[in-house]
Design a protein around this ligand. Structure first.
Ligand SMILES: Nc1ncnc2c1ncn2[C@@H]1O[C@H](COP(=O)(O)OP(=O)(O)OP(=O)(O)O)[C@@H](O)[C@H]1O
Ligand code: SF4
Ligand SMILES: [Mg+2]
Length: 389
C-alpha cells in the first residue's frame, strides 16, 4: 500500500505548499506524443431552465502509461468531460467546439463506438448501481469479452464457453478476489462494496484497454478499502502501461497516486502540472484556494480556509472569460474579458493572467471604457486593477 500524502496544516492561498507524494514510478516520458489530446472542448446542455455552459475551451493531454488526476469542486465538469470522451453524454448535451483525439481517432466521430469498452474503459462511482443486480458477476465479465469479440483462438462451442469462463475467473483473480471460481457465480448483493468495485475494475480491464477513466472510484468505501482499490488500479495501470484519468475531488488521493494533476473550475481546465510541482507551488489562484481548503493530518477546523464564494451559475449567458473572477483576490477587469488558453502540452501550464509566484502574463489592453467602470470594479472583490505578481 502506498503511503498517504501529507498535506501541511492550514496552507494559505498563494503560499507554497509542500507535500510528500508517493507516485510509484516517474512520470511518463514527456517527449512522447500524447495518447489522448483534448483541444478547446466546449459542451452545453439544453435544459428547460436555460443552456448550461458546462465545458469551455478545455485542453488536456494524457500520455501512454501516465496517471493523471482530474480534480476540482463538485460541478466543475469532471464527469461531463469524461462522459463526452466516452461518447455517453446525456441526450441534452451537445459538443459545441473542439476535438478529442485518441491514438489518431476522433472520439467525437463515429469510430468512437468501436473503442468504448475495448480501448477506452471506465470505472464508475458506485459499483452497486453500475453492476447488473440480477446477473452473476462472472457472466458480466464474459458479456464484455463477448461484446468486444475477444476470441479464444481455435476454440468453439462448449470449448469456447469454457474458455470465456476461465478468462472471467482469471480477470477476477487479477483484481485480487480470493476464491474467484466461487465468486464468479455470486450476485453483486452477495459481495462487499470493495469487492463490487474490484469486479467493476475486472470488467473495465477485461479487454486490456490503453486508457482507463476512473470517476471517483473509491467514493463510499472506507479508508482502508479505498487505499486497496487505489493501489489495485494504479498497480495494474503501471504494470500494463495504461494511461489513466483519475477523477476525484480528493486532492490528497490525487497527490498520492497521480503523476500529474489537472485542475478544473466551472467547466475550465485551469492548471496542469506534475503532482509534486503543483503541491510545492500552485500557480492558479483557484488551485491554491482548493489546497487551502483541503484537510491535512494536522489541520484543525479553524485552520482550513474554504474556497470563497461559489461556482458561477453555468446557465448565465454573461459568464466572464475567467469563471473564477468573482472569487479571486487577484482579479483585474481584463480577467472578465479574455483568458489565456491552457497549454496542455507544456510541463506546467496555467490559464490565468496573474498566476501566483511568477511574472504576470500581460493581459490584453482593454478597449477604451471597457471593463473600467466603477460598477465593474465594485463587482470584483479586492480587484485593484493592478497586475499582482
Ligand atoms: N444532464 C445534465 N443536464 C444539465 N446540466 C448538467 C447535466 N449533467 C451535468 N450538468 C451540469 O454540468 C456541470 C458539471 O457537472 P459534472 O457532473 O461534470 O461535475 P463534477 O465535476 O463531476 O462534480 P462531482 O464532483 O459532484 O461529481 C454542473 O453544473 C452540472 O449541473
Ligand atoms: S487573476 Fe484573473 S485570470 Fe487569474 S484566476 Fe484570478 S480572475 Fe482569473
Ligand atoms: Mg462527477
Amino acid at each position: 500500500m502506498q503511503a498517504a500524502i501529507s498535506l501541511p496544516s492550514a496552507p494559505q492561498a498563494g503560499a507554497a505548499m509542500s507535500a510528500t507524494t508517493s507516485a510509484a514510478t516517474p512520470a511518463a516520458n514527456a517527449a512522447q506524443p500524447p495518447l489522448l489530446a483534448v483541444r478547446d472542448v466546449g459542451l452545453e446542455f439544453r435544459t428547460r431552465s436555460g443552456t448550461v455552459h458546462a465545458l469551455q475551451g478545455v485542453n488536456l493531454q494524457l500520455r501512454k502509461g501516465e496517471i493523471v488526476g482530474l480534480v476540482g469542486e463538485s460541478g466543475s465538469g469532471k464527469s461531463v468531460l469524461s462522459y463526452a470522451l466516452l461518447g455517453i453524454s446525456d441526450a441534452a448535451a451537445r459538443v459545441t467546439s473542439g476535438s478529442a483525439v485518441f491514438g489518431g481517432i476522433d472520439l467525437f466521430g463515429p469510430a468512437m463506438a468501436g473503442l468504448r469498452g475495448r480501448e477506452i474503459a471506465m470505472i464508475f462511482q458506485s459499483p452497486r448501481t453500475a453492476l447488473n443486480p440480477i446477473r452473476p458477476v462472472g457472466l458480466q465479465i464474459e458479456d464484455v469479452l463477448r461484446r468486444h469479440a475477444v476470441a479464444l483462438r481455435g476454440r468453439t462451442g462448449p470449448d469456447l464457453a469454457l474458455g470465456m469462463r476461465e478468462r472471467a475467473v482469471q480477470a477476477l483473480r487479477e483484481v485480487g478476489i480470493a476464491d474467484p471460481e466461487r465468486r464468479a457465480r455470486a450476485y453483486p448483493f452477495e459481495l462487499s462494496g470493495g469487492m463490487c468495485q474490484r469486479v467493476m475494475i475486472a470488467i473495465a480491464l477485461a479487454c486490456r484497454p490503453s486508457l482507463l477513466i476512473a470517476d471517483e472510484p473509491t467514493t463510499g468505501l472506507d479508508v482502508t478499502t479505498q487505499a486497496a482499490v487505489m493501489d489495485l488500479i494504479t498497480g495494474l495501470a503501471r504494470e500494463r502501461h495504461m494511461a489513466t484519468l483519475f477523477i476525484t475531488h480528493d486532492l490528497a488521493l490525487a497527490a498520492a497516486y497521480c503523476d500529474r494533476i489537472v485542475v478544473m473550475h466551472a467547466g475550465h481546465a485551469v492548471e496542469s502540472a506534475p503532482t509534486a510541482a503543483l503541491f510545492a507551488a500552485p500557480r492558479h489562484p483557484y488551485t491554491a484556494r482548493l489546497m487551502a481548503s483541503t484537510p491535512g493530518p494536522t489541520s484543525t477546523l479553524a485552520s482550513l480556509a474554504p474556497v470563497p464564494g461559489q461556482l458561477p451559475d453555468l446557465r448565465r449567458d454573461d459568464l466572464p472569460a475567467c469563471r473564477f473572477v468573482e472569487r479571486c483576490d487577484r482579479a483585474t477587469p481584463a480577467c472578465r474579458l479574455s483568458l489565456p488558453p491552457l497549454d496542455a502540452g507544456a510541463e506546467r501550464a496555467v490559464a490565468c493572467w496573474h498566476p501566483l509566484g511568477s511574472e504576470a502574463v500581460a493581459p490584453p489592453t482593454l478597449p477604451t471604457g471597457a471593463g473600467t467602470s466603477a460598477n465593474m470594479a465594485a463587482a470584483l472583490p479586492c480587484a485593484t486593477g493592478d497586475a499582482h505578481v
